[in-house]
Design a protein around this ligand. Structure first.
Ligand code: ADP
Length: 394
C-alpha cells in the first residue's frame, strides 16, 4: 500500500511516502507565503534529492509541487495513485478520541476545537482540505497526538478548577506526542521480548517540545503535557510547569496582555529563556565556555525531567523500562546520564559506556532494576501504519 503522511504547519508541509511500511521518499515545503519558499524531495532508496526555490503562495501550490516532484523523480506518477493519506493532527479534543477516516463531521470538529491548538489545528485543516481536493479518490485519515492519552483516569486528567469549566469548556489535561509514546513503548516491549499488554514504562520524548508519559499495561495513565503542549517539562522555548499566579502577577506588574503572555511562555521561555539557546548542542558548547546560564538551563531541564520520572515511578505499580526518544533523548548522552544518576537510588542504573556510544538500544547496567532504552521515534511510520489499518478495515 502506498501511504503519504503529511504534517502540515502554518507555513510548511512535511511529508513522507511509505510503500508497505517502507519509507521511500521524504520532503519538506517551507516558507509557504513568503517571497522565496523551498521545496525538497529526497528519494530514500537512492539518496537523490530534488530542490527548488520559488514563491509558493499557499498550501494548494505546495501540494501541486509535491505532486510534480514525485512525478519528475519517478517515485509516484500522480497523487491519485496513493492508497491513502495520513495526517498528523495535534489536538483531537474530547470528542475525537480515536484516529479516524476524514469526513465532514471530523473536519467540523477539528475546526471547532482549533482554539485549543491555534498554532497547529488550523494548519492541519488546510493540509487535509488541500489533499482532499488534489486527490479526490484518496481516503484521508487523521491521527491525533491526543488519542493515546485518552486512557488516562479522570483523577489524572482533571484540573482542580470549578467543575463547570470541564463540563462547559472541556478544560482538562489531554496530553500530546501520543503517537510517539505509543510507538516507542511498543518498540521497547518488542526489544525486551515482553507483551505490550503486560508492559509498564516511563517514556521521555525529548525534542524541542518535550513530554513524559506513564504507561501501564501498554496504556497511558498519565502524561506531562496538558490542555495544550505547554504544561510539564522545561522545553526548548516553553516554560512548562510554574505557579499559575505568575500570570496575573506579570499581567498587572508589566501590563502584558494574554496574547503577549502566551508568546512569552511558548516562544521566549524554556532553556532559551534562561540562557538564550534552545538547541542542546549549543547549550553544551556554551557550558564548555563556562557560560553559567547555560549550565543553569541544563541543570533545570534535567532536574524537572528527573522529578517527573520519579513521580511516575511512584504512581506505577511496577516500572519495566525507561525510554528516551526524539532529538535530545536519542542524541544527548549527557542529559540521559545526568537524569539517570539522580534516579539511581530508585534502581535506574545507567551504563555510562553504552550510553556514550549507542544511538539505539539498551543502555542500562546488567544489574539495573529497570531497563533503560534509547528508542528512535518514527512518528510518520506509526501514522502510515494506522492509516493503512483504518483504510483496510473500511
Ligand atoms: P522537534 O520537537 O522539533 O521534532 P526533535 O525531536 O527533532 O525536535 O529535536 C530537536 C532538538 O534535539 C534540537 O533542538 C536539539 O536540542 C536536540 N538535538 C539534536 N541533535 C542533538 C545532539 N547531537 N546532541 C544534543 N542535542 C541534540
Amino acid at each position: 500500500m502506498k501511504i503519504l503522511v503529511l504534517n502540515s504547519g502554518s507555513s510548511s508541509i512535511k511529508f513522507k511516502l511509505f510503500d508497505n511500511d517502507e519509507a521511500i521518499a521524504s520532503g519538506l515545503v517551507e516558507k509557504i507565503g513568503e517571497k522565496i519558499s523551498n521545496i525538497e524531495l529526497k528519494n530514500l532508496k537512492t539518496s537523490e534529492k530534488i530542490q527548488r526555490e520559488l514563491a509558493i503562495k499557499n498550501h494548494e501550490e505546495g501540494i501541486k509541487l509535491v505532486n510534480e516532484l514525485f512525478a519528475q523523480s519517478g517515485i509516484l506518477s500522480d497523487l491519485s495513485e496513493l492508497d491513502g493519506c495520513g495526517h498528523r493532527v495535534v489536538h483531537g479534543g474530547s470528542n475525537l478520541t480515536k484516529h479516524c477516516i476524514v469526513n465532514d463531521d471530523v473536519l467540523k470538529e477539528i475546526e471547532r476545537i482549533s482554539h485549543m491548538a491555534p498554532l497547529h489545528n488550523p494548519a492541519h485543516l488546510v493540509g487535509i482540505k488541500t489533499m482532499m481536493s488534489a486527490a479526490k479518490n484518496v481516503p484521508n485519515v487523521t491521527v491525533f497526538d491526543t488519542a493515546f492519552h485518552q486512557s488516562m483516569p479522570d483523577y489524572a486528567y482533571m484540573y482542580a478548577l470549578p467543575y463547570e469549566y470541564y463540563e462547559k469548556h472541556q478544560i482538562r489535561k489531554y496530553g500530546f506526542h501520543g503517537t510517539s509514546h505509543s510507538y516507542v513503548s511498543k518498540q521497547a516491549a518488542k526489544m525486551l521480548g515482553k507483551d505490550i499488554n503486560d508492559f509498564n514504562a516511563i517514556s521521555a520524548h525529548l525534542g524541542n517540545g518535550a513530554s513524559v508519559c506513564a504507561i501501564e499495561n501498554g496504556k497511558c495513565v498519565d502524561t506531562s503535557m496538558g490542555l495544550t503542549p505547554l504544561e510539564g517539562l522545561i522545553m526548548g522555548t516553553r516554560c512548562g510547569d510554574m505557579d499559575p499566579a505568575v500570570l496575573p502577577f506579570l499581567s498587572k506588574e508589566l501590563n502584558l496582555s494574554t496574547d503577549e503572555l502566551d508568546v512569552i511562555m511558548n516562544k521566549k521561555s524554556g532553556v532559551y529563556g534562561i540562557c538564550g539557546y534552545n538547541d542542546f548542542r549549543d547549550i553544551h558548547a556554551q557550558i564548555e565556555q563556562n557560560d553559567d546560564k547555560a549550565r543553569l538551563a541544563l541543570d533545570m531541564f534535567c532536574y524537572r525531567l528527573a522529578k517527573y520520572i520519579g513521580s511516575y515511578y511512584a504512581i506505577l505499580p511496577r516500572v519495566d523500562a525507561l525510554i528516551f526518544t526524539a532529538g535530545i533523548g536519542e542524541n544527548d548522552s549527557k542529559v540521559r546520564e545526568k537524569v539517570c544518576k539522580r534516579l539511581e537510588h530508585l534502581g535506574f542504573k545507567i551504563d555510562t559506556t553504552k550510553n556514550a556510544n549507542l544511538r539505539s538500544g539498551q543502555i542500562s547496567q546488567e544489574n539495573s532494576n529497570i531497563d533503560i532504552l534509547i528508542v528512535p521515534t518514527e512518528e510518520e511510520l506509526e501514522i502510515a501504519k494506522i492509516t493503512a489499518n483504518l483504510i483496510n478495515c473500511r
